[in-house]
Ligand binder design. Sequence first.
Ligand SMILES: Nc1nc2c(ncn2[C@@H]2O[C@H](COP(=O)(O)OP(=O)(O)OP(=O)(O)O)[C@@H](O)[C@H]2O)c(=O)[nH]1
Ligand SMILES: [Mg+2]
Length: 407
Amino acid sequence: MMASNSTFECNNIPAEEGELFVDEFNKHGIAGIQQYVTERLNKWRRIPLHIAVTGKAGAGKSTFINVIRGLKTGEAGAAHTDVTEGTKTIKSYKHPYSENIVFWDLPGVGTENFKRENYDDKVKLAKYDFFLIFSSERFLENDGWLAKEIRKMDKRFYFVRTKVFLDISNEAKGRAFPRSRDDILSHILIDCLQNLEGYGISDSPVYLIDNFEPYDFDFGRLQAKLIEDAPQLKREALAFSIIGQTQEIMLQKKKELEKRIPIISLASAVAGAVPIPGFGTAVDAGLMIKEIMFYREQFGLTEDAIKKSAVMLGVRTEELKSQLDMKELFINCTKKGVLALCNAFLISQAAEEATKFVLPVIGSAIAGILSYKSTSYCMTKILEGMYEDALKINMKLSMYLAQSSSV
Ligand SMILES: Nc1nc2c(ncn2[C@@H]2O[C@H](COP(=O)(O)OP(=O)(O)OP(=O)(O)O)[C@@H](O)[C@H]2O)c(=O)[nH]1
Ligand SMILES: [Mg+2]
């Protein structure tokens, strides 16, 4: 059985990709398609990304590298952090989810053995994709110098001002009339921007973070910006590796997950073209289930992750699920469960938009003929549902954290 391009009507997928699918099917049949799609969906895991973290001693570089990888100081694989100067040599730390994402803990310019004259020789600026320049106070002239060197190489840098929650807490302790949180933050920001302007850098944003409050301040926005600024495959790698569940990151994750739907749908269309009962099911349902599991992981909706959130909020897991009306979580992630769900989506879709596409036969044959459009529609609905659930948990956690940090 040969498949041809003309049998598919699919959007959002480059023609070459469609041709590769068809080639693969013609050469290796269904097994070939399954392998091709699995490899294609996992391609991001092999994309190298090098992020340099540099800046003044004690600014919080090593702590950040731990937090962004979901680790605490002292855990296996975590960077050493200390109040006394620590980063004297270059160290690299792999991301636990994707080994090719590497954070480089670099001594700042002007520290022992890392002077302007030899900085590039020692750290090899050309090899990094991004630079994060850290300070827990004002930035140094050397930081400004480094930013200009990076700009000359046409690479991206981001200024990061750490320990802002500490500044806010200190204000309350040390002032008779403490300013509001927003006033303190805008004061810090203006101060940093003026400070950098003094070194001739006027158009670079500064991210205000606190490593111990990664759900607050600009921590999520900084990570989302890194994802957004990365070229496509690196962007995918970063979006799927970042652990934080802030709204900004979840949106980036959703955007990248959406781009995978046409690939799965195309496999489904190829498989659907095979008139052998059960073959389509093996491809469609198998791929869909794997992808739904991936959504769960990405949005922190695995049973384990929900349990952790529930423990933090002091409620039982089931209570949290029902409080938030998290319907999508109850998807039965088996072939039967996924097909039943798709069946339900397709019936309601048919009622709503009967003219949009022809509904395949509902019933025992549905799996075999799930077309590109129906797979795409179902996966989009599932993704949206899970994204909404993840946002609900995020809102609940944010409200809880805001309340507890204001006590
Ligand atoms: N309150 C607060 N403390 C932080 C933050 N980031 C780091 N620290 C603390 O500041 C100290 C220095 O942090 P490190 O991460 O070791 O700093 P570093 O930039 O790696 O320092 P060197 O290795 O010496 O260059 C440690 O005691 C951290 O616990 C933060 O955002 N807020
Ligand atoms: Mg360090």
